[in-house]
Design a protein around this ligand. Sequence first.
Ligand code: BGC
Length: 807
Amino acid sequence: MTDDAWTWSYEGYDPAGERLREALCTLGNGYFATRGAAPEATADDFHYPGTYAAGCYDRLTSKVAGREVENEDLVNLPNWLPFRFRTRPEAGRPAPPWWSTADPGLLEYRQSLDIRGGTLSRELHLEDAAGRRLRVRQQRLVHMGDAHLAVLRTSFTAEGWAGELEIEAELDATVTNGGVDRYRDLRGRHLEAVETGYAPDGIAWVCCATRSSGITVAMAARLRSSSTGTCGPSAEPCAKEGPRSSCRVAQRLVVPLLPGAAVHVDKTVALFTSRDRGIGAPRLAAVDAVSRAPHFSELLASHRRAWKHLWERTVLDVPGLSGRVLRLHLFHVLQTLSPHSVGIDAGVPARGLHGEAYRGHVFWDELFVLPYLNLHLPEVSRAMLSYRHRRLPAACRNAEDAGFAGAMYPWQSASDGREESPALHLNPRSRRWLPDRSHLQRHVGSAVAYNLWRYAEATGDLEFLHTQGAEMLLRIARFWSSTAAFDPDRERYRIRGVVGPDEYHDAYPDSDRAGIDDNAYTNATASWVLSRALELARALPQPRRDHLFADMALDEEELRRWEDVSRRLLIPFHENVISQFDGYEALTEFGWDRYRARYGDVRRLDRILEAEGDTVNRYRASKQADVLMLGYLFPPRELSEVFRRLGYVVDDDMWDRTVDYYLSRTSHGSTLSGLVHGWILARERRPEAWRYTHEALWGDVADLQGGTTHEGIHLGAMGGTLDLVQRGLTGLEIHDGTLHLDPAPLTELSDYGFSIRFRGHWGITFRLCGDTLEVGLPAAERGPLRVGLRDEVITVHPGETRTLDLS
Ligand code: BGC
């Protein structure tokens, strides 16, 4: 692959597009991430520097719409980027302004992300008022090997002149959480008790604490120049003035420039928090780490080596533009969830560590990310499941408080596992604060269960399944059983008052009661969870089974109820299709054409209608895949088994009708929607599949969701597109411990390769090409691999590549 295929670049400076670039050029390592903001810029209408550490949250209470609301945010940590420069004033002359991107002397500007090496570069060509030209190259990294380190190198080359350059670098703890316009009325100042200081060797530090979670955060920065290969002059402390200047610590450096000779200035930074293990105090750890940090070239080499190892575990060779976008997606997934995540108590943040949308919360989006990671970095998947396991007691309390048994995972989760969904949300169109009922998305529990089941299938990790896994799965099953009430008239169990994946329906029209009843997705996945829990309860080895049953006070009678509920939950139908929920058929058809003609983009139909004084609850209109999610989660064999168990016949014709029905009634107001539709249409070998897949691929890079990517990437859609290529288009499934394939490539994505790790095999390779599929095992593998292709099972030996005919 050429270097170009690994580069993501932007020509020219475009203030209006800057925040989007910042999100897409974020650098991170699973421990922390920093947006790709310009080092000379502070937060303003165009720029939003942000640094976030996985799992570092803080809670504040604000007053909106006359109500007190509490929100927990992923905290924006001190900004380590600030770095500015100007040519040194001549004696007796006023100092020229610090250079900024708004400067008319900006002759050229280029920004590029080296995806393979994990660095972000900027190249600037500048001319000052005196006509002196300067080339500036900036390169930064957030170290993938040593998760606490980051570096910003700036190289200056004077073109045909000599003089001095004045440089100022800073650590800024005046930052707040202010990156999302919709949250502007909410409090965002999370950092307090700020202390700053200097240490020997040109080091400055800042130490502060989060307001209510009391996490100590420390950063130290070493500023050094190297003009001639040896160390240049040292940085001097420099006092800051102005509001809250005590929360900023700065250093100045004067470097001589000679014509044509590059001078490098390195700002090396270390970040530690009191959540870290294996340290004494964060400040000491940060100062120590930065003073010992090697030279830039060494840091760059070790950083690239760490990335190289990651790329070897996630080989993905898709040609063309789609391949570039997929590599960018993989890059951001790995920057959010890396081997460093294993030692951190944090979940899968829906918007990455790339911005403040959804406050860094954890939703069900791991459903779209972990199946991909299971086959590459299973230890990371396991860590994400352990995040859920540590919050099992909280999930049990959530259930109890709502009057149920078992474990009810929250729709939005953050530090301690309580429900973090906001009580109110703002419709930016009407500027009205509205009640938020999204916490009724109880189906998140099924996502947790599904993920742990798929993880165990992919890894064969029975140790996890029988311990943490069983503790979660059995309690989630108990929750579903406790929410299901038998309705003698319908002779079925019903789960009422919920919200399905489609958030546009959170109540019946003209009803005061929150939620809808018998959401098909919720009920079908609840039945699946109950069946898996029964299967696991039978398979648990002794004495583990007895111990767990005793701890849970679980007995045969309860298992009998689970069996009964799993077979008799209600799935509603109308017009020969599966209904999204009971009573769906009574809703009014929506005037899609009229609204499209009027508004163009109707993805956020809920906001449009509310601003008009109407409500989307009245219409047959969905935000995203809901019933159709079932076809995403379950391959046909498993899906028919789900319905068969429930006593319903859903044949191919009915499923096709259901797909058509909802396809024409969905606004795709979530990036997850294009992905799911692309997946299921591809599996059905339908030509429209590419349209939706394309939308999923371009969702973030082209900012298709009405300009939301600048507030953070959509990690679910990014991880999901990787999995679409890996499992969706190849039909890769694991059952009975064997890999099975049933490829359904898209014309636009039919020639590509990738490798996976599956149980003891670390590098199984696949290549789809026209009507053939190659499966290979490296010679270094220890044993053969059995692979099922449609109805046949073949054996691939180490060092062998088998070519299978798909025609
Ligand atoms: C979607 C949810 C998703 C959440 C976070 C919402 O817009 O409707 O399904 O979990 O975003 O990504």
